[in-house]
Design a protein around this ligand. Sequence first.
Ligand SMILES: C[S@@+](CC[C@H](N)C(=O)[O-])C[C@H]1O[C@@H](n2cnc3c(N)ncnc32)[C@H](O)[C@@H]1O
Length: 387
Amino acid sequence: MDIRKSVRAQYLKFLDREPNLDDLDYYSNELETNRIELNDLILILRNSNESKELLKHQKIPELETCSIDTYNDIRIKGKIISSGYRNSEKRYNEIFKFCKKFNRPISVLDLGAAEGYFTFRLSEDFSGVFIAVESNPERKLLELCIKNDNRKVLLLDKQMNLKNLKNLKEVQHFDVVLALNIIHHFDEPFQDVLDTLVSMSSFCFLEHPNPLENKSTKNSQRLETEKLNLGSFDPILLTKNKSGLGNSFNQKLERNLWLLQNLQSKTIDRGWRGASKYDEEFGPGNHISIKSNFDKIDIDYGLRDEKRTWIQGIDLRTFLENNGVYPTNNEIINLIDNLKIENAKDLGPHNLILNGARLFVIDQDDKFDDVNTKEKLKDFLKQSGLL
Ligand SMILES: C[S@@+](CC[C@H](N)C(=O)[O-])C[C@H]1O[C@@H](n2cnc3c(N)ncnc32)[C@H](O)[C@@H]1O
């Protein structure tokens, strides 16, 4: 792995944050000139007060009880090539029926996508952008993405925590979030995870274990004490499905599939993770409001006089910061090389929206930025350890 990338990876692992550029420069240089080895860097980060503080608040990981048996059917180019232990078709039919209501391309985030069944099926049936998030290499989702070769699909190879989700919410909005059997995997309060997922979406499909399920279900003891309150999301019960897990009693217990709606205002709060919030920069009421329905998406800049069309996708910075691995790094470099742009002013990666097949440039009317050519963009991404 490239040195800058591996320094960045250690920061994410031990400090749960991006390195600042000075530190990235410093440690990359120390490693390059053999003044330290990677193990030394790991020790430095692990022994730092910041890391110790973080560890104090981290729960000891529970024994991993989620079976790594194939969860969903494995699907390649429209064909099921092997079956998973959950019935996915019945759940997909409900999601399909609902998504049919959209008369426009849609964006979908599939958190904890496992073998990608829902992402792949939606990308076969709808236009738009379909982003799977899955970190377990045993699911082989990158390999499945490559085999499916569907340019509408993106993959973030990332174990999300609540903070990561909150960061994502501040910069992105999705028409649909799939939160299927994922919230109980989080260490943080289930309700906070659900609230954050609903807040970044217009609609959220939720499937959550039955509170009666036993130890074969991850975090089963918390299911009793942390019941989810769905009242503020206008919940509609779509169907019930057997858990399929554990002994015969547990297997028959049913999980509800809910459709939830975000009834609060839908906002984008900052330009990218490290930028100040629009409200702070331009005054209260200046965040971006998303006004979307089944026919169109309008964006409202509050008190600022700005109009622009919404482009479905995820900005390149957020994609790479969340370990976007599909499209692959090489494909991203090709997309940058093939960008058609004259007189670019600011090619910061948050100004490029990725939809899998293309990058779209936004926000070229304001200030000049140091990063204003394709070459400088690639250098910047390499310098930041993102490419
Ligand atoms: C029980 S499976 C659910 C699969 C699929 N969503 C479904 O319902 O058919 C949960 C998946 O989420 C992944 N996962 C768990 N916690 C995660 C996290 N914090 N971020 C991303 N993926 C996660 C696991 O690796 C696993 O593949």
